[in-house]
Design a protein around this ligand. Structure first.
Ligand SMILES: *Cc1c(COP(=O)(O)O)cnc(C)c1O
Length: 394
């Protein structure tokens, strides 16, 4: 019999999601961003934040947001091309371009929108996108939105990338290679110099997503492009203001003409409201801190200390290869990941289980912050030791 209610499929679909242990829901964090998070009144050690440098709760950044709100109000009130543009936006774009060593930059409402709009503006039906298989959702969906032919290559596999370019490049007008620089759910990094060489050899554009790299990698915190000494090479850099920068928003950094083109052709920038004064001012203050202090160094010391502790005390733990503050423990299935996530929670630790469809294999994802104390890292290692010794013997 035909169903009368056209919405009943939604409940059926939810039931399927729950059955697969893929169901997700939100939980409110009641405290200021930091190394501790209060959830349901319980204070947990926080290893689930993207606030790598602890700037989202930093007093200087908070004060900048408050001052800007008092001076310019809560909303930008319109698109940047109509009533929504402020000198603050220009100041932030200059700060980003200066951090990145590019001619110019453009700020978006989020990193996700920066990727969607930029990719769709750069290529179309006659073009090809060559994409790392594990790229972030925003890159993948930007590629779909563009209407270009999408060709995937195996994760970080430079030979596979060359093979795809060799096979397909000649059949398309423009070609765009897209990749995360730091892969958000694995923590490994792309072989950027080799990718740049291939882009040049095959006359392709390259768009790199520095969301988890900006503020963290490189001599001055510019990201993986700087880490590999590739500043000045022809790549389009995308990123977010919401991770190490502790605010909200996204950006594109590149040449003057690229930015000028996007201001005229990028729908997710043109037809949306400018970034709020608070978010803009917070990002400016955070970039100032990133470029003038050594907060990053403490983060890398924590990464080294944590990896050493794991290697010494839990050598059997299966860590996904990582070169970043994102460290994942690989687990056989979603159910195990959920069980271990909840045992960690009982031990006072917040480190989320990440499952399909976000990633191909289930895992516990730990992200370290510059502001974690060694004692807090020790507590995590001890809790993991207790939980995994139990799992093994049961
Ligand atoms: C988080 C993330 C984004 C999205 O950035 P938002 O500003 O949070 O929308 C884009 N790309 C990658 C790789 C990310 O990790």
């Amino acid at each position: 019999m035909k169903e009368l209610n056209p919405y009943t499929w939604i409940d059926r679909s939810l039931a399927t999601i729950k059955q697969a242990n893929w169901y997700r829901s939100t939980q409110a964090i009641e405290s200021l961003p930091g190394t501790e998070a209060t959830i349901d009144g319980q204070v947990l050690l926080n290893f689930g934040s993207n606030d790598y440098l602890g700037l989202a709760g930093d007093e200087r950044v908070i004060r900048a947001a408050m001052t800007a709100t008092q001076q310019f109000g809560t909303g930008a009130t319109g698109s940047r091309l109509t009533s929504g543009h402020k000198q603050l936006h220009t100041d932030l774009e200059l700060a980003i371009a200066s951090l990145k060593g590019t001619e110019a930059a453009l700020v978006f409402s989020s990193g996700y929108l920066a990727n969607l709009g930029t990719i769709a503006a750069l290529v179309g039906k006659k073009d090809a996108i060559v994409s790392d298989r594990l790229n972030h959702s925003s890159l993948q969906n930007g590629a779909r939105l563009s209407g270009a032919k999408i060709i995937e290559y195996n994760h970080c596999d430079i030979d596979a990338l060359r093979q795809q370019l060799e096979l397909h490049r000649a059949n398309y007008r423009r070609c765009l290679i897209i990749t995360d620089t730091v892969f958000s759910m694995d923590g490994d990094i792309c072989p950027l110099p080799a990718i740049l060489d291939l882009a040049s050899e095959y006359h392709a554009m390259l768009l790199v997503d520095e969301a988890h790299a900006t503020g963290i990698f490189g001599q001055t915190g510019a990201g993986i492009v700087e880490h590999y000494h590739c500043v000045g090479q022809p790549a389009i850099e995308i990123g977010t203001l919401s991770k190490a920068i502790g605010s909200l928003g996204g950006y594109v950094a590149g040449s003057h003409s690229l930015i000028d083109f996007l201001k005229n052709r990028c729908a997710s920038w043109i037809y949306t409201t400018g970034l709020s004064p608070a978010d803009t001012a917070a990002a400016i203050a955070a970039i100032e801190i990133i470029t003038t202090t050594s907060q990053r160094q403490q983060l890398w010391e924590n990464v080294a200390y944590f990896k050493q502790s794991i290697a010494a005390r839990l050598p059997d733990l299966h860590l996904i290869p990582s070169a970043s503050p994102i460290i994942c423990i690989e687990l056989p299935d979603a159910q195990t990941a959920l069980a271990i996530g909840s045992q960690l929670r009982q031990a006072g630790i917040f480190a989320p289980a990440i499952r399909p469809p976000t990633v191909p294999t289930s895992r516990i994802r730990i992200s370290l912050m510059a502001t974690h104390q060694q004692l807090q890292l020790d507590r995590l290692v001890t809790a993991l030791g207790t939980i995994f010794s139990k799992t093994k013997s049961s």
